[in-house]
Design a protein around this ligand. Structure first.
Ligand SMILES: Cc1ncc(COP(=O)(O)O)c(C=O)c1O
Length: 382
């Protein structure tokens, strides 16, 4: 049985070339980039090349890129860093209600521990934030607007430049979690205009445990990780050099392949949408937007409770037994299965949210993978 991996929004398979690029830094090139001897300096050259490349890829300056241990740390750094640098000055944050837990939990922490007031924006049925609401809810006390560039469960893309336009009139910062967008759509910080933006390497065929935060120059932000003077004294700790070498390679490959990748995801999405609409119209509700401001690699579906009785977690196990990996719309929290907050926020009831699947395409997927998935789904529904 051939394994079919359709969970690329969770993580991607590391590219062989990425692995090859990492190995020398796990073996012979083991110097500490902060050391002045040649073993250290040689590694420092790679570190700064990686920074230059990642900066160029998103239209930033090299000095605006800070390596972190991944998307979660980068999101924590942005939110806590901005909040702590402005404690007792501004205490209001406007955020999308369907952010990743790395943002949600950090916002809750800032609220309960430091009294930040958080206003959550309404969203439409695709998960897009209400820009007019943001305009009406910002005040002189608003420090930050935090809206993800694209959503990891639905694939919807938000209009961050429009949010930046509102924010800049009042000197408000904008953080955008762009983890799912990098490599799936053009993402250029000059066009987006946000103050900070998050990247994670394992979503782009790179290694896990490495990411970066873009911080616009001259942004007053506190350190999150205290320690040495690494990362221009903004993030302590010896840099994860092998992972950064892999991250660099992943971005090099992306530079070459991104257009092809995007077209590939688009054709897989088109095929899946067309089969679902033609053959499963009364049984499956598609939660993702078909085109326009939506990622091509994520399709979220729910089983219509009126015509089917499908529990996504059982389905997930059955799909897994058939060699197919996808994600469900629920997560096991504290021993109980909770429906996804994202699906609930777009109006799904608990039952529908629990019977949802996220299918996310990657470079290696073929059209047959879609057909196989649909085949298994159809047998299970019927
Ligand atoms: C939108 C989004 N933000 C942040 C993260 C966290 O990134 P990492 O796994 O690198 O900590 C993820 C990962 O699933 C994500 O999808």
């Amino acid at each position: 049985m051939e394994n079919i991996y359709l969970d690329n929004a969770a993580t991607t398979k590391i590219d062989e070339r990425v692995l090859d690029a990492m190995l020398p830094y796990l073996k012979d090139s083991y110097g500490n980039p902060s050391s002045v001897h040649s073993a250290g300096r040689q590694v420092k050259v790679m570190l700064e090349d990686a920074r230059d490349l990642i900066a160029e890829f998103i239209g930033a300056r090299s000095s605006e890129i800070y390596f972190t241990s991944g998307g979660t740390e980068a999101n924590n750094f942005a939110l806590k860093g901005l909040a702590f640098a402005h404690l007792n000055k501004k205490n209001h944050i406007v955020a999308s209600p369907i952010e990743h837990s790395a943002i949600r939990e950090t916002l809750e922490y800032l609220h309960y521990r430091f009294g930040f007031e958080i206003t959550y924006t309404p969203i439409n049925k695709y998960g897009e934030v209400d820009i007019d609401f943001i305009k009406d809810s910002v005040t002189d006390k608003t420090l930050l607007v935090c809206v993800m560039h694209s959503n990891n469960e639905l694939g919807i893309i938000n209009d961050i430049p429009a949010i930046v336009n509102i924010a800049k009139e009042k000197n408000i910062f904008v953080h955008t979690d762009s983890v799912q967008s990098i490599g799936k759509v053009n993402f250029n910080v000059n066009e987006i205009g946000s103050t900070t933006a998050t990247i994670s390497a394992h979503k782009i065929y790179g290694p896990k445990g490495i990411g970066a935060l873009y911080i616009k120059k001259e942004t007053p932000i506190d350190k999150l990780i205290h320690g040495g003077k690494q990362e221009r004294d903004r993030r302590g700790g010896t840099e994860n050099i092998p992972a950064i070498a892999g991250f660099k390679k992943a971005v090099e490959i992306l530079k070459e392949k991104m257009d092809k990748d995007i077209n590939h995801y688009a054709s897989l999405k088109k095929r899946l949408f067309s089969i679902l609409k033609n053959d499963f119209a009364d049984k499956i509700i598609i939660n993702s937007k078909e085109s326009g401001n939506s990622l091509n690699n994520i399709v979220n579906i729910s089983f219509n409770p009126q015509n089917t009785s499908v529990d996504a977690d059982t389905l997930l196990i059955k799909l897994d037994m058939n060699g197919i990996a996808v994600s469900s719309g629920s997560a096991c929290t504290s021993g109980s299965v909770q429906p996804s907050h994202v699906l609930k926020a777009i109006g799904c009831d608990d039952e529908t949210a629990r019977s949802s699947l996220r299918i996310s395409f990657g470079r290696e997927n073929k059209e047959e993978d879609i057909d196989n998935l649909v085949d298994v789904l159809s047998k299970m529904i019927n």
